[in-house]
Design a protein around this ligand. Structure first.
Ligand code: SF4
Length: 191
């Protein structure tokens, strides 16, 4: 689906949308999901600008009890993106004891700020991603904890489409006009 214009947000541009995001469904909330944070096992790419901002948050270092020198380990000079380290089988920012993302909890519980100010855009938009200006399902959609390893996108427990699950985050990054376009398309899907 071609959008009426190109929308910019979170460091990316979107001018097309893959139709499957309106009918593929998944468990949008982390805790009822039986995959239990499988999506956080690989680490994530973080733009250098956001890495600098994260490094200014000394409180985050204290909160997660991990030195910031251990947060990132690979740097892609071409895209200027750092990769988070993985530790104990998860992204270094994943709380293996309490579950959930330390960045997210730090924002909400300690700083009382919108988590999207510090959490990587790739995490906030998951299970959607943007490649070649197209908003589409992320490649990582195979869930090992579901019976018969059903693709996560086929989970029938939820009535929430991939788009509906990240609708608020899309509005945060790209604005209400994009969401209005996508809402209209979603409404046709739901009829
Ligand atoms: S930054 Fe947080 S949400 Fe993103 S992969 Fe790491 S633990 Fe998961």
């Amino acid at each position: 689906m071609n959008l009426s214009t190109t929308y910019y947000g979170g460091g990316v541009a979107v001018s097309e949308v893959e139709e499957s995001i309106f009918y593929l469904r998944y468990v949008a909330e982390c805790y009822p999901c039986r995959a239990f944070h499988f999506c956080c096992t690989f680490g994530v790419g973080v733009p250098a600008a956001l890495v600098s901002v994260l490094h200014e948050h000394v409180g985050l270092e204290v909160y997660m009890e991990t030195s910031k020198s251990e947060w990132f380990d690979q740097f892609d000079a071409g895209s200027r993106v750092w990769r988070t380290q993985t530790k104990n089988g998860y992204c270094v920012f994943f709380n293996v004891n309490g579950g959930g993302c330390y960045i997210h909890r730090y924002c909400v519980s300690v700083k009382e700020m919108d988590y999207r100010m510090l959490k990587p855009v790739a995490c906030c938009l998951f299970p959607l991603t943007v490649t070649d200006r197209t908003l589409r399902p992320a490649d990582l959609l195979t869930c090992p904890s579901l019976e018969q390893s059903l693709p996560l996108s086929m989970c029938r427990r939820s009535r929430v489409s991939l788009y509906q699950g990240v609708r608020d985050d899309l509005r945060f990054y790209f604005g209400p006009s994009l969401v209005a376009e996508l809402d209209a398309r979603q409404a046709r899907e739901s009829q």
